[in-house]
Design a protein around this ligand. Structure first.
Ligand SMILES: Cc1cc2nc3c(=O)[nH]c(=O)nc-3n(C[C@H](O)[C@H](O)[C@H](O)COP(=O)(O)OP(=O)(O)OC[C@H]3O[C@@H](n4cnc5c(N)ncnc54)[C@H](O)[C@@H]3O)c2cc1C
Length: 321
């Protein structure tokens, strides 16, 4: 029997993100009918894009304007659509927004929830994620109605599979705003324009960057690389950058295509957050640092010299192209 599966794309200003497409690719399995549950406005262009990744129905969920940012209201609106369309499993992203929304949906539906999944087998109802600082792979069997899966961004390479699609408008109705009132939304502190969790390239700094000012070098380089800036816990605890940039066991778990570690030793706890990166490049003065034997390429060099040089080279190559 065909399973109705809901996917919740997180649109940014430019529409569907790479991480959304990977998440949808993972949700598209044998005998599934994909419903995209869209909370932030939809149009024909979005429908075309979603349908090229196998989404057959775009549910345009209508919410009252001033309640748009209220995560509790958004969760209830998604639940309305889940019930209306007989959806039996929901996929979203394990991003800051996903971590705000998906557990609320699971709690209200009394459904099982697995966050930070790499893989999901809908037939067996098994989600794969990591445990013990990434040392073990956990296969979690979920039981109960409408399991909710938060997918680690970039865990799956997007693969196209065009289908024909339709848009259905779904009026979520009057949802009472409960105890939660959103006063203001905005970015927190210094960060890069690209979300850390979803970046294809990350350039991270640790104790070897010496101070917060030197992180400016990483931000400048990141801009040329179209990358996000990350940090080790030492850099965060020293107050050089905000916690939102921390990569690791107690920070963000990332899977970029390229991870550049500058002045980071490569502790177990740091690896727990970036070991699923495609390619790891280390810049470190110490050949005995653990990261040097756990990377694809390394430079035995002073990061404070290499990073500005790299930025200059990228600037030059941008002028040539
Ligand atoms: C429960 C727990 C949770 C934790 N969670 C996290 C986490 O989420 N993320 C995290 O990162 N850590 C975490 N930690 C901390 C972790 O154990 C390490 O202390 C931390 O990762 C080390 O950060 P670092 O690599 O920047 O510093 P260090 O280990 O001090 O390494 C600095 C590196 O910089 C190199 N270096 C120095 N100067 C230069 C230079 N000029 N150029 C190039 N290289 C240079 C040195 O050779 C050294 O290898 C956690 C620890 C615990 C106990």
């Amino acid at each position: 029997m065909t399973k109705h599966v809901g996917v919740i794309p997180e649109l940014d200003g430019r529409g569907l993100k790479e991480a959304d497409m990977g998440m949808i690719t993972l949700a598209r399995q044998k005998d599934t009918h994909l419903f995209a549950l869209v909370l932030d406005g939809s149009d024909e262009t979005l429908k075309e894009k979603l349908s090229s990744y196998g989404v057959s129905t775009l549910v345009d969920i209508r919410l009252a304007g001033d309640l748009q940012h209220n995560p509790e209201v958004r969760a209830k609106a998604v639940i309305g659509a889940v019930k209306k369309f007989g959806i039996s499993a929901v996929f979203g992203l394990s991003t800051a927004r996903g971590k705000d929304l998906l557990p609320r949906i699971a709690a209200l539906l009394e459904s099982p929830l697995v966050m930070d999944c790499f893989n999901v087998d809908l037939e067996a109802n098994i989600a794969e994620t990591s445990r013990y600082s990434g040392k073990t792979l956990a296969k979690i069997k979920v039981t109960g109605p409408v399991p909710i899966f938060g997918i680690r961004p970039n865990a799956k390479e997007p693969v196209r599979e065009p289908v024909s699609a339709k848009i259905i408008q779904f009026d979520a109705g009057a949802i009472a705003s409960t105890q939660l009132r959103v006063v203001k939304t905005g970015e927190t502190g210094k960060g890069s324009k690209i979300s850390l969790a979803e970046a294809e390239i990350i350039i991270s700094g640790g104790r070897g960057m010496k101070n917060g000012e030197n992180f400016t070098q990483l931000f400048q380089c990141a801009e040329k690389l179209n990358a996000a800036v990350g940090a080790s816990r030492v850099a965060v605890d020293s107050g050089w950058v905000p916690y939102a940039l921390q990569v690791g066991q107690t920070g963000e778990k990332v899977s970029p295509k390229v991870y550049i570690a500058c002045g980071i030793s490569g502790s177990i706890q740091h690896f727990a957050g970036m070991k699923t990166s495609g390619m790891v490049i280390a810049i470190n003065l110490d050949t005995a640092a653990p990261i040097m034997s756990n990377c694809d390429y390394y430079a035995v060099a002073d990061a404070l010299e290499v990073v500005p040089e790299l930025t200059k080279l990228l600037e030059k190559s941008a002028c040539v192209t």
